[in-house]
Write a protein that binds this ligand. Structure first.
Ligand SMILES: [Zn+2]
Length: 196
């Protein structure tokens, strides 16, 4: 599994020109059909997608190319889940967040529990990205809680990315999906990112 941009034309171009690299062996990935269709719930309406699949020309492993608008094994888009995580940082409870997003309270509570267990790791990972992206990084100060610090670091990393590539804005939760390879709420992340 690999995260890619939402622009399918750009993804095809990167596949064609050998710019996508196997996460397993660093070989070149080539197009290899499509993964099964899936529908995720966006902020307003369902989003249907048929992710591209790729195959490594070196080790022959196949990898689904997941657009950065989604997270692995989540039925809601990264933007929806991110809105819940950001609301929690301002002290809003899970029932209120669920009502605001029109999602079941248990679903929202599940996201919040997953994130709560990794706020320090999230802050560390995105602070590292801030430093990597900017020669003179603007790192956020204490935001009032470990949770808010994590969101602040994530937001700062997205801003650093936008500055680095001279674009007006990079969607924060797409950055979260890209940096975590879609694993933002999966067990084992971000601990595994420290490897190698
Ligand atoms: Zn490979």
């Amino acid at each position: 599994m690999l995260t890619v941009e939402t622009d399918v034309v750009a993804v095809e171009e990167r596949l064609r020109s050998g710019q996508l690299v196997c996460p397993g062996c660093a070989g070149v990935l080539a197009g290899w059909g499509r993964a099964r269709a899936r529908t995720v719930r966006g902020p307003d309406s369902p989003v249907r997608m048929v992710p591209r699949r790729s195959r490594c020309t070196g080790c022959r492993a196949t990898h689904v190319l997941l657009p950065v608008v989604v997270l692995v094994r989540r039925a809601d888009t990264a933007a929806v889940i991110g809105a819940a995580l950001a609301a929690k940082a301002t002290g809003v409870g899970h029932r209120r967040i669920a009502a605001l997003l029109a999602r079941p309270p248990e679903t929202v509570r599940g996201w919040l529990r997953r994130f709560a267990a990794r706020v320090d790791g999230v802050r560390a990972v995105f602070t590292r990205w801030c430093r990597a992206l900017a020669s003179d990084p603007v790192l956020p100060g204490p935001a009032g809680s470990a949770w808010a610090d994590a969101i602040a670091a994530l937001t700062a990393a997205a801003a650093a990315l936008a500055t680095r590539f001279s674009v007006v804005e990079v969607p924060v939760w797409q950055v979260a999906a890209a940096v975590s390879a879609g694993r933002l709420l999966l067990p084992g992340w971000p601990a595994l990112t420290g490897r190698g």
